[in-house]
Each structure stands twice: as structure tokens, then as C-alpha cells.
Design a protein around this ligand. Structure first.
Ligand SMILES: NC(=O)c1ccc[n+]([C@@H]2O[C@H](COP(=O)([O-])OP(=O)(O)OC[C@H]3O[C@@H](n4cnc5c(N)ncnc54)[C@H](O)[C@@H]3O)[C@@H](O)[C@H]2O)c1
Length: 258
């Protein structure tokens, strides 16, 4: 996917690896100046160092004061902000249990990062975009925010929240020139999820086979396929899609596969 983002500054959270890294790379490849923000500072540094015009920031999106500092650093370096991608997010791996046994601390951790963090970053970073009357915000949700899976209730609830937060922001910011949309990825191969899917020899378990059988395209997404959707939604040429959740899941939730 090719768009023209020359002269635009993009801020991507959780950009040290995975989907966020792919989005940061795609934005840079299409001409944007990119702020690579992540709680993993060295990871962010390493991604930023490989891009033509990028800045790394160590940022925990739960920290409102640190977010103000990140915005100030962005404006000091680039003098503008045109695109925000709220990508940083976590799911629960250690606590795949029913709701009646779900630990409060793990619920709080996930909702705090995935939903409240998206709110905090959006609140601060939307301001320069609203002032200039132009901008694009892309929130990375998940298909589980639309069609829940079992054993990950805080992630499901937080991502459903992100989808409605996106709509709420679209209502408020659209009239002020800032378009807000979400992407709902299905299973996407990253360094982390690849290990869950495939053994070292490329083999996969019956459980994974079952999951793949529910995806009409028969495979998980590559990160570049999620980044392509982010490019479209961030592109100034997208001038009328607002409040939308773009499902990028190979058709997984299009219907029930028998
Ligand atoms: N990979 C998938 O299958 C999949 C599917 C649906 C949705 N998603 C969503 O896509 C986004 C990216 O997922 P991924 O698979 O690339 O994850 P990942 O774990 O590979 O990367 C997430 C990044 O976010 C950073 N991060 C975590 N907590 C943070 C915090 N408090 N502040 C700042 N940065 C923080 C991590 O350091 C990491 O670099 C997430 O919002 C995730 O929920 C992923």
C-alpha cells in the first residue's frame, strides 16, 4: 500500500515490536516522520534508529504526566502532529480462566493499558491536531471487541471499549477536522504469537488447526497487512471514513465456518 505522508508527523504507541513496529515502518516508508513510543525504551531506540527520520520515546501509556512530556518532545522535534496510532496493548497469557476466578490485579492491568491508556494518549495528543483542525487517529482494537472469545474477559471488554471510544471520539473530533477510526485485527503473526502458533519446524497443534479452520483465508495475518489498513485510515486522502472499525481478519468473523 502506498500513500503520501511526506511532511507529516506520526506518533505510534507500542512501536518497539509487532504490529506497532510494522505500522511505524510503513508510515516511515511512506514519507512520515515517526515517533516510536514504547514502554520498552531500548526496543523503541532500535526501531527508530533504522528509520530515516524517527525519534524514540520511552513511554508508559498509563502515565498521564509522561504522555504530556512525550507530546512536548514530539512538538519540540517536529513542530507538529498529524497522525496518532494507539497500538500499545496487552492480553492475559498467565490467567486463561473463567470470570469467576479472574484475579482483580490482572483485570486492572489489562483494562488500564488497553482502554484507559488509549484514552489518556488520545486526550493529550488530539490537542495539537484539533488546534490545527486536521488529523487522523487510528486505534488498534481486536476482533474480540466485536465477537468475544472465552477466557480473556478483560481483553474482550477493553477492546469493546476501544471500539466505542473510537466512535465517541469520532463524534466529537470529526466536526473539528480529526477523523478517528479503529482496526480490529484477527490473529496476527508477531514474534510473540508466532511461537504460540507454530513449532520450530513449522508444525502446529490441533487447537491451532481448529482456529485456522475458522479463518476463510486459512492463515493468521502478517503485521504488514494490519499496517496497510492503518496507512489507509491515516492517509489524508481518507477524507470520509470516520468512526469506523475496519476488521482485518481474513474473514474470520464474517460468519460461522462449518
Ligand atoms: N497480534 C495479534 O494477534 C493481535 C490481534 C488483535 C489485536 N492485537 C492488538 O494489536 C496491538 C499490538 O499487538 P502485538 O501483537 O503487536 O503486541 P506485542 O506484544 O508484540 O507488542 C506490544 C507493544 O506494546 C508495548 N507496550 C505494552 N504495554 C505498554 C505500555 N503500558 N505503554 C507503552 N507501550 C506498551 C510493548 O512493549 C510492545 O512493544 C495490541 O493493542 C493488541 O491488543 C493484536
Amino acid at each position: 500500500m502506498n500513500v503520501d505522508l511526506a511532511g507529516q508527523a506520526a506518533f505510534v504507541t507500542g512501536a518497539a515490536r509487532g504490529i506497532g513496529e510494522a505500522i511505524a515502518r510503513a508510515m516511515a516508508a511512506n514519507g512520515a516522520m515517526v515517533v516510536v513510543a514504547d514502554i520498552d525504551g531500548p526496543g523503541a531506540e532500535s526501531v527508530a534508529a533504522s528509520l530515516p527520520d524517527a525519534m524514540a520515546l520511552t513511554l508508559d501509556i498509563r502515565d498521564a504526566r509522561a504522555i504530556d512530556g512525550a507530546l512536548a518532545a514530539t512538538l519540540a522535534r517536529y513542530g507538529r502532529l498529524d497522525i496518532l496510532v494507539n497500538n500499545a496493548g496487552v492480553n492475559t497469557m498467565a490467567h486463561r480462566v473463567h470470570l469467576d476466578a479472574f484475579p482483580t490485579e490482572e483485570w486492572d492491568r489489562i483494562v488500564d493499558i488497553d482502554l484507559r491508556g488509549t484514552f489518556l494518549v488520545s486526550r493529550a495528543l488530539s490537542r495539537p491536531m484539533l488546534e490545527q483542525g486536521r488529523g487522523r487517529i487510528v486505534n488498534i482494537a481486536s476482533i474480540v471487541g466485536l465477537v468475544p472469545l472465552r477466557l480473556q474477559s478483560p481483553f474482550v471488554a477493553a477492546k469493546a471499549g476501544v471500539i466505542h471510544l473510537t466512535k465517541s471520539m469520532a463524534l466529537e473530533f470529526g466536526p473539528r477536522g480529526v477523523l478517528v477510526n479503529a482496526i480490529a485485527p484477527g490473529s496476527t503473526l508477531t514474534e510473540g504469537t508466532r511461537k504460540l502458533f507454530y513449532g520450530p519446524d513449522g508444525s502446529f497443534s490441533a487447537q491451532v488447526r481448529n482456529l485456522l479452520d475458522h479463518i476463510p483465508l486459512g492463515r493468521p495475518a502478517e503485521v504488514a497487512e494490519i499496517a496497510a489498513a492503518a496507512l489507509f485510515l491515516a492517509d489524508p486522502e481518507n477524507s470520509y471514513v470516520n468512526g469506523h472499525t475496519m476488521v482485518v481478519d481474513g474473514g474470520w468473523i464474517a460468519g460461522y465456518s462449518m
